[in-house]
Design a protein around this ligand. Structure first.
Ligand code: ADP
Length: 312
């Protein structure tokens, strides 16, 4: 199974152990998911579709893709531009984020419909998010949504995390309307209840499941922090508890890593409850580490079961 994640990766400046020193890394929601997928499934063909600039930072980002085992054949180069940047500040143990991404090259990622179509033809599973849609202008959004619609009609599996980020949108109604357009081209929806409740007014996770089912997603998995995961797969609905943890250090990329677990399970044709178990274990390990990309031991996240083969 070949997987294509589409979105923005940013340079990250995180406080280092030395006072006033910063560590340069690379992260971003769909990239984080691709990264975790490549870590837990080193044999899987994972590609990232984005755009970078022509400066040294952009080249370093490309190198980071390669060293993470992520294919970058579909990384566009936008002349005279650079990648987005965010910096993490620590004050009394609380993290806050400053962003410089308004002019990032990734905003141009959907300007070439032919390249998008070709990339989608060459893979089996395509993953994007509400942030991918948010950073694009209206024309690029249409190009991306059209390409996804065509890919889905030709049998590709489309997975979507709404990842609601109001600050990236010009208004709440634009955000909610476009997110539901994203959902309408997707087979798999992976929303987080807290955000959905805030911006769509869902009274409980079942309401979130129902709204994405109405948008015609066939597999819906609703994350809810330490609370139970609600899901629907075809006509089957259910709830699965999240294994409790003794300590949580940093919840950055909890949802992104969880999604990687779900995508790994989908790619392996595993039953959805096994995929959710894998996703909870992976996200559980990630929230016990620091930062977006937490090194993990892939042998702890091997395939659990394969549909139709009870003994696998
Ligand atoms: P997001 O990052 O999208 O807001 P959540 O906070 O809902 O996502 O977390 C995603 C997943 O991470 C959860 O479904 C759960 O598996 C795991 N997780 C997050 N917080 C905790 C926690 N406090 N204890 C155990 N697991 C957690």
């Amino acid at each position: 199974m070949r997987v294509l994640a589409i979105g923005e990766c940013m340079a990250e400046l995180a406080p280092a152990a030395e006072l006033d020193d910063y560590h340069l890394g690379f992260a971003g929601d769909t990239f984080n998911t691709a990264w975790y997928l490549a870590q837990i499934r080193p044999d899987m063909d994972v590609s990232f579709f984005t755009a970078v600039g022509t400066d040294p930072l952009s080249y370093q980002m490309r190198e980071a893709f390669a060293t993470s085992g992520i294919d970058s054949s579909y990384v566009l180069t936008v002349p005279d531009s650079t990648v987005g940047l965010y910096m993490i500040s620590l004050e009394n143990g609380e993290r806050s984020f400053s962003y410089w991404r308004a002019q990032s090259a990734a905003r141009q990622l959907a300007t070439d419909p032919q390249l998008l179509a070709r990339a989608m033809t060459e893979v089996d599973l395509i993953y994007f998010s509400g942030i991918t849609l948010a950073i694009l202008d209206v024309t690029s959004r249409e190009i991306l949504l059209d390409a996804l619609r065509v890919a889905r009609a030709s049998g590709k599996v489309i997975a979507f995390d709404p990842n609601l980020r109001p600050r990236l949108w010009s208004g709440t109604s634009e955000m909610t309307a476009t997110i539901m357009q994203g959902a309408a081209v997707s087979d798999i929806a992976l929303p987080s209840f807290e955000d959905e409740a805030e911006w769509f007014g869902d009274s409980d996770p079942i309401a979130t499941v129902s709204r994405y089912a109405l948008a015609r997603a066939t597999t819906i998995v609703v994350k809810n922090g330490a609370d139970a995961v609600h899901f629907r797969h075809g006509d089957m609905s259910g709830v699965m508890p999240v294994p409790p943890l003794n300590r949580v250090i940093d919840t950055t990329a909890a949802g992104d890593s969880f999604n990687a677990g779900i995508l790994a399970g989908i790619a392996e044709n595993a039953p959805l409850n096994d995929s959710i178990t894998l996703a909870c274990r992976l996200a559980g390990a990630v929230v016990q580490g620091k930062g977006a990309l937490v090194p993990i031991d892939p042998t702890l996240f091997e395939a659990v079961s394969v549909k139709g083969n009870e003994n696998a």
